[in-house]
Design a protein around this ligand. Structure first.
Ligand SMILES: *[C@@H]1O[C@H](CO)[C@@H](O)[C@H](O)[C@H]1NC(C)=O
Ligand SMILES: *[C@@H]1O[C@H](CO)[C@@H](O)[C@H](O)[C@H]1NC(C)=O
Ligand SMILES: *[C@@H]1O[C@H](CO)[C@@H](O)[C@H](O)[C@H]1NC(C)=O
Ligand SMILES: *[C@@H]1O[C@H](CO)[C@@H](O)[C@H](O)[C@H]1NC(C)=O
Length: 507
């Protein structure tokens, strides 16, 4: 009897365990990762960039919040909370100017990414902005991101505001708080930079993952793209671009001591003079060719646009040797790619040296093929989505070590969970085509506790994460997707958290 009883209990227990385990496996997620390995030269770039703050010991809260002053001006006092705009208790300020709207402020607390400003509607849409946020959200789901606060600048180049004085590496940041040291500089992320700039370089995530011909989608066509054997490719250097000259080229000199010519315009005439070697024209002079078909040439010519070329990242996948014009601008992985290993440099000795480079490539066919293959292997290993997410994790981790204050939403006027912003983007007409949102919303967003649930009426006003721990001076607001959209449309969601901090310190 007791045996039978025990058996029944065991059976019931087993059923319970089955039920419990089957519900928990249904929503199973791996632990967020806490390690990953970058290419050593890419890792070194992170350490070098964040070492800017070593002599000063790190970033204090007043310096971090001095980015708020970028959008100073009319209405700024509203941030002290006395008056409130139509956006309620947030106390937001200042009508958006262009510069305000290239700066996306981000705060990460307890592994959750929040936005502490919202870009004005007229400036919404570029994948330079949105792709970064989508990729950052994915990084926060795959990795355990540390508490950290920074600003992402989505303009074509790192901002002039974050330049440093090469004579002594002091900060030229124009909004230094009173009494701040010579290296007072907020953490600003950008996808293209130059040496005399303290911006932290990050992947050009928008181009990697958003458009039709994104890096990720070309990687997905690798079988086709790689299917064309080297021997069948034409021995001509091919290039196409919009013809213009970016502002920093005339500051550069080639080894012959002359001012460098603009590749995007000068190569027209070199191509005309050497049609057997070069077919590199701007689109005013020759017809375009889809990027994935450019693998029919053994050599592909890469030139900068307004700053680094997002096409260069993609060319690395084509299995052709890339001829890269000299430049002072670089992206997050450029330290890892070397001339004559991953690409063939030109406009180094003179503005005409590309002719000799193509002749060299033709005469050294095995070397050119090896350069093409090395480049592709590097890209597949170190520019893939997992590698980019790893980069964000490593950068955030190292940057968090420089934060000299407790990073928290409690003292921020606005802390919108990133998942909610991405939900808005995916539905809003100005942004719904800017990136591939299902990639992250279906994979991670649907059961993110902070996501606004689609068909529950009640969830229309979801609690902002900071509301539970609200103090009178912090935001005790709830957002709905409509709220967030309205804040974008008003174009003024740029809280002066710096002034709030000053009043906190003063009282
Ligand atoms: C983070 O965790 C701390 C401690 O558990 C909590 O006080 C705080 O409110 C959390 N912050 C957010 C934004 O959830
Ligand atoms: C400025 O910083 C760079 C990079 O860390 C370093 O190579 C250079 O020597 C520094 N210059 C001065 C004057 O300290
Ligand atoms: C980068 O490439 C190296 C080999 O070149 C590899 O060991 C490493 O795992 C790659 N990193 C990532 C994050 O994929
Ligand atoms: C984006 O929004 C426009 C306008 O509301 C709509 O016509 C279009 O179907 C939407 N596209 C996507 C991909 O959601």
């Amino acid at each position: 009897m007791s045996v039978h009883y025990a058996w029944t209990t065991a059976l019931i227990l087993q059923i319970c365990i089955l039920v419990v385990t089957s519900t928990s496996t249904a929503s199973w997620r791996p632990q967020r990762r806490e390690t990953c390995e970058l290419h050593p030269d890419v890792e070194a770039r992170i350490l070098k960039d964040v070492s800017y703050w070593d002599p000063s010991g790190g970033i204090t809260e007043d310096v971090a919040l001095s980015v708020c002053a970028v959008c100073g001006g009319e209405g700024a006092q509203a941030a002290s909370g006395a008056s409130s705009s139509s956006s309620g208790a947030m106390g937001v300020t200042t009508p958006g100017t262009k510069d305000c709207n290239k700066a996306q402020r981000v705060l990460i607390e307890n592994g959750t990414v929040f936005l502490t400003n919202l870009i004005g509607k007229e400036y919404l849409g570029p994948f330079e902005h949105i792709g970064f946020l989508v990729e950052l959200y994915e990084a926060s789901q795959v990795f355990r991101l540390p508490d950290v606060e920074f600003t992402y600048w989505h303009g074509d180049n790192a901002p002039a505001h974050t330049t440093i004085n090469p004579a002594d590496n002091s900060s030229l940041w124009p909004h230094k708080p009173p009494g701040a040291g010579s290296r007072a500089m907020p953490a600003v992320l950008a996808w293209s930079k130059w040496n005399e700039n303290a911006a932290l370089v990050v992947p050009y995530s928008g181009a990697f993952r958003c458009p039709q011909d994104s890096w990720d989608s070309i990687e997905g066509q690798l079988e086709t793209v790689a299917g064309l054997p080297w021997e069948e490719r034409r021995e001509v250097a091919f290039g196409r671009w919009n013809g213009f000259c970016t502002h920093y080229i005339p500051w550069m000199k080639t080894e012959d001591g002359k001012v460098m010519k603009c590749p995007r315009t000068y190569l027209n005439s070199i191509s005309e003079a050497h049609p057997d070697l070069l077919d590199a024209y701007d689109l005013g002079a020759a017809r375009p060719l889809p990027l994935v078909h450019q693998n029919r040439y053994k050599y592909i010519v890469s030139t900068d646009g307004w700053s680094i070329s997002s096409k260069f990242d993609k060319y690395l996948l084509l299995g052709s040797a890339i001829l890269k014009a000299a430049s002072t601008r670089y992206g997050f992985y450029y330290d890892a790619i070397k001339p004559y290993e991953h690409y063939l440099p030109f406009m180094v000795k003179s503005s005409e040296d590309i002719v000799d480079v193509v002749k060299w490539a033709k005469a050294h066919d095995a070397d050119s093929k090896r350069v093409a293959e090395t480049a592709r292997r590097f890209a597949l290993r170190n520019l893939s989505r997992p590698a980019r997410l790893c980069y964000y994790f490593r950068l955030m981790t190292e940057l968090s070590r420089k934060m000299k204050y407790k990073v928290t939403c409690q003292n921020r006027r606005l802390c919108v969970p990133l998942v909610q912003e991405i939900q808005v983007f995916s539905q809003y007409e100005r942004t719904n085509r800017s990136c591939r949102y299902h990639d992250v919303l279906l994979r991670y967003g649907d059961d993110d506790p902070l996501a606004v649930k689609a068909n529950t009426e009640a969830a229309a006003t979801v609690q902002g994460a900071s509301s539970s721990s609200a103090s009178p001076s912090s935001s005790s607001v709830s957002y709905s997707l409509q709220d967030i959209q309205r804040l974008h449309e008003e174009g003024i969601a740029w809280p002066r958290d710096d002034l709030l901090l000053q009043s906190r310190m003063g009282s």
